[in-house]
Ligand binder design. Structure first.
Ligand code: GLU
Length: 336
């Protein structure tokens, strides 16, 4: 429960949940390299964004202050449970999460599948630390708050705002290691654009999310462990056995349309005998992977359709909270 005392009664009440990242990073004045992520607290971050108090009443809460490579499933469960709890309050209208960009797309997809509200949930970050010349965090945060406060955002699931674009949590990917326009959804395009504080929507994902998702994390304090194996020429197939010993499911970042060597294919039979599902994804980053008679000759093999390896890993982990049945898991992948 958060006590809401609107400073401006006509404005929407938006909760910002801060987790760290470059948006809260500091370093040498003017420079974009060699900084430390996750240094500023949420109040300092918000106070650096001019005019943000004119578009919403903001309530900040610090969930963590870490580099997003240190985000864990515990952080995910905390975020999802908090949003699910606070969204029951009539006087809260939407949520913004600040996050490091390296793993932002993973948190976005996890929340897309596990928050149980139609109220807007928006994730953002920055590519340049707060101390850089032309830091991008303030505009990204300003536009994220504006999007979370907009009626137009309802029902889009968890969205990402970055560099004037609005993206779905399911399809968004980081596509550049340092430029400010670092996110897009490749062939699925953006949901829309932000111009200043106004959203313009043009697309909507038809895949189940939020209130239509079957996944319920309330009461869970951990998730089934799913690991990713990256295939390349001559990759040792024993990595699959190693991961199967430590995981309840394995995702393969395969070549091309989720393919790998005959050595790896033979190893998958051992995983089938151990009851371990194997999702075939691709290291390519776009395109679709469908059921294939050769690659899916063992019943534990499941194509990932359009999900990238880290996103397939999230869906497989959540699917395993529901069923261990290979064909039921396959149905979940075809639906989501
Ligand atoms: N590695 C850091 C992180 O993901 C910095 C990257 C960023 O936020 O842009 O938190």
């Amino acid at each position: 429960m958060i006590t809401i005392n609107p400073k401006k009664p006509g404005l929407k009440n938006i909760i910002i949940l801060a987790t760290g990242g470059t948006i809260a990073g500091t370093g040498e004045e003017g420079k974009t390299t060699n900084y430390q992520a996750g240094n500023l607290d949420i109040d300092t971050l918000v106070s650096s964004v001019s005019n943000i108090d004119k578009i919403a009443n903001i309530y900040g809460e610090q969930i963590a202050n870490v580099d997003s490579n240190d985000i864990t499933i515990d952080h995910w469960l905390t975020l999802a449970n908090k949003i699910n709890e606070l969204s029951k309050q009539d006087d809260i209208d939407g949520f913004v999460i600040t996050h490091g960009t390296d793993t932002l797309e993973e948190t976005a997809y996890f929340l897309d599948l596990t928050v149980k509200t139609n109220k807007p949930v928006v994730i953002t970050g920055a590519m340049r630390p707060s101390t850089a010349t032309s830091a991008d965090g303030p505009l990204n945060l300003y536009q994220s708050v504006a999007l979370a406060a907009s009626e137009l955002s309802i029902g889009h699931g968890c969205m990402v705002v970055f560099s004037d674009g609005i993206y779905s949590g399911r399809n968004v990917q980081k596509v550049n290691t340092f430029k400010t326009n670092a996110f897009n959804s490749i062939e699925f395009g953006c949901l829309g654009y932000m111009r200043d504080n106004v959203p313009y929507f043009f697309n909507k994902s038809i895949k189940p999310h939020t209130v239509d998702s079957q996944f319920d994390i309330s009461g869970l304090n951990k998730l089934p462990v799913v690991s990713i194996a990256y295939f390349n020429i001559d990759a040792d197939p024993l990595i699959l056995d190693y991961l199967a010993e430590r995981s309840e499911g394995v995702v393969i970042a395969g070549a091309g349309s989720g393919t790998f060597s005959s050595n790896w294919l033979n190893e998958i039979k051992n995983l089938e005998e151990k009851g371990i599902p194997v999702v075939r994804s691709s290291r390519i980053g776009s395109g679709i992977i469908l059921r294939d008679e050769t690659m899916d000759r063992y019943i534990n093999c499941i194509p990932s359709y359009t999900l990238s390896p880290p996103k397939a890993r999230i869906l497989l982990s959540l699917a395993l909270t529901k069923t261990k049945d290979f064909s039921e898991i396959g149905k979940i992948f075809s639906e989501y």
